[in-house]
Design a protein around this ligand. Structure first.
Ligand code: FAD
Length: 327
């Protein structure tokens, strides 16, 4: 029995999401902050051997009383099945008050499968938690806020990044290893992995500045100009569906309801019309600047600042002005 349960304080499991550099994602630190109202935060780190030791101190700094390490080379060799298996076993063994998972594409899949496996209710896009277990959810593309509560099984909650500022609550780092079991031939294997070149840009979901391209960025020269603007701002590059379909950006750059929901201080939308499906991923941006040649483009009703003009002239001028002011 977990020590905290013996003391009457329930554990709340937070699946740690890790960046490419092996750091806990912002959503993970936010979730560790938010779950304190429900019980004792316990981080779950799943990955290759040695993964947990590298992040345990940082997770403990944000209140993780314990770091449960499920480590095996098999985890990276399979899709999410074995990860769900470890979490389902932890739910059965430790009876946590809830399991919280960062709400990326993989996180949502893990959470949904875990809910099915454990016969539990599942809430997505959670942005707040109350002591009675009520979750605040962002719904309908961020236009509506909903209060909801899981009444079946162990609540499985997908936490949306950018919902609060992580607050440190340092505790000693305690790592406990837990078993990773494979259920044999039924587990889907990874047969090939293509690593995108790093490019030196910040990760889209965490970037403080995002420059996003749309269909209006119609040629290679315009896209190169946008890259220069992103370089000048130290920004990540995002994209609308139209820009991804046109092949200018990989699918991982997609911003919106089918892609990443970004939370930057500054979002520069270049040649993007402002469709609802795109904008649902932009709503948490602090300040939005739009560049569009059509003065009636819907994006101007959504942005804080707008520039009516052609990408080919406005973007290089913007870069020149920023570079000159920083010189
Ligand atoms: P457009 O709507 O074609 O806008 C292009 C803009 O560029 C126009 O406003 C135009 O005035 C401007 N422009 C043209 N030339 C220039 C120039 N030279 N200089 C400056 N401006 C110029 N989309 C997403 O982005 N993310 C999603 O997650 C997403 N999910 C979807 C899910 C579903 C179920 C569906 C049905 C659609 C989804 N879409 C998504 C697609 C979405 O509806 C829009 O079609 C898409 O966002 C449009 O991309 P855009 O703004 O780049 O293109």
């Amino acid at each position: 029995m977990p020590s905290s349960e013996a003391a009457g304080v329930p554990e709340v499991l937070v699946l740690a999401g890790l960046t490419g550099d092996g750091e806990p994602t912002r959503a993970t630190l936010e979730a560790l902050t938010a779950v304190r109202v429900l019980g004792e935060p316990v981080a779950v780190v799943l990955g290759a051997p040695g993964t947990a030791a590298a992040v345990a101190e940082r997770l403990a700094r944000y209140g993780a009383r314990r770091v449960l390490a499920g480590e095996s080379p098999a985890l990276d060799a399979h899709l999410v099945g074995p990860r769900v298996g470890v979490l389902a076993r932890l739910v059965a063994d430790r009876s946590p008050a809830a399991v919280v998972v960062p709400a990326g594409a993989e996180g949502r899949e893990v959470a949904a499968r875990l809910a099915v496996r454990t016969g539990s209710g599942f809430l997505t896009d959670v942005v707040g938690l109350a002591a009675d277990g009520t979750a605040t959810r962002s719904a309908l593309g961020g236009t509506t806020v909903v209060q909801a509560r899981v009444t079946t099984g162990t609540p499985v909650l997908a936490w949306r990044a950018g919902s609060l500022t992580p607050v440190p609550a340092p505790v000693p780092a305690v790592v406990e290893h837990v078993p990773v079991e494979l259920s044999g031939a039924r587990e889907a294997r990874v047969t090939k992995r293509v690593v995108e070149p790093p490019g030196g840009r910040p990760a889209l979901a965490e970037a403080p500045v995002v420059v996003a391209v749309g269909r209006g960025v119609a040629g290679a020269a315009e896209f190169a100009a946008v890259e220069e603007l992103a370089d000048a701002l130290g920004a990540a590059i995002g994209a609308s569906r139209a820009a991804v379909d046109a092949g200018f950006c990989p699918p991982s750059a997609l911003v919106g309801q089918s892609g990443t929901r970004v939370t930057p201080r500054l979002y520069v939308a270049v040649g993007i019309s402002g469709a609802a499906q795109h904008w649902s991923g932009v709503r948490s941006a602090h300040t939005v600047v739009a560049v569009n040649s059509d003065p009636d483009a819907p994006v101007f009703a959504l942005a804080d600042f707008g520039v009516v003009g052609d990408v080919a002239t406005v973007v290089p001028e913007l870069t020149a002005q920023i570079t000159a002011r920083r010189a």
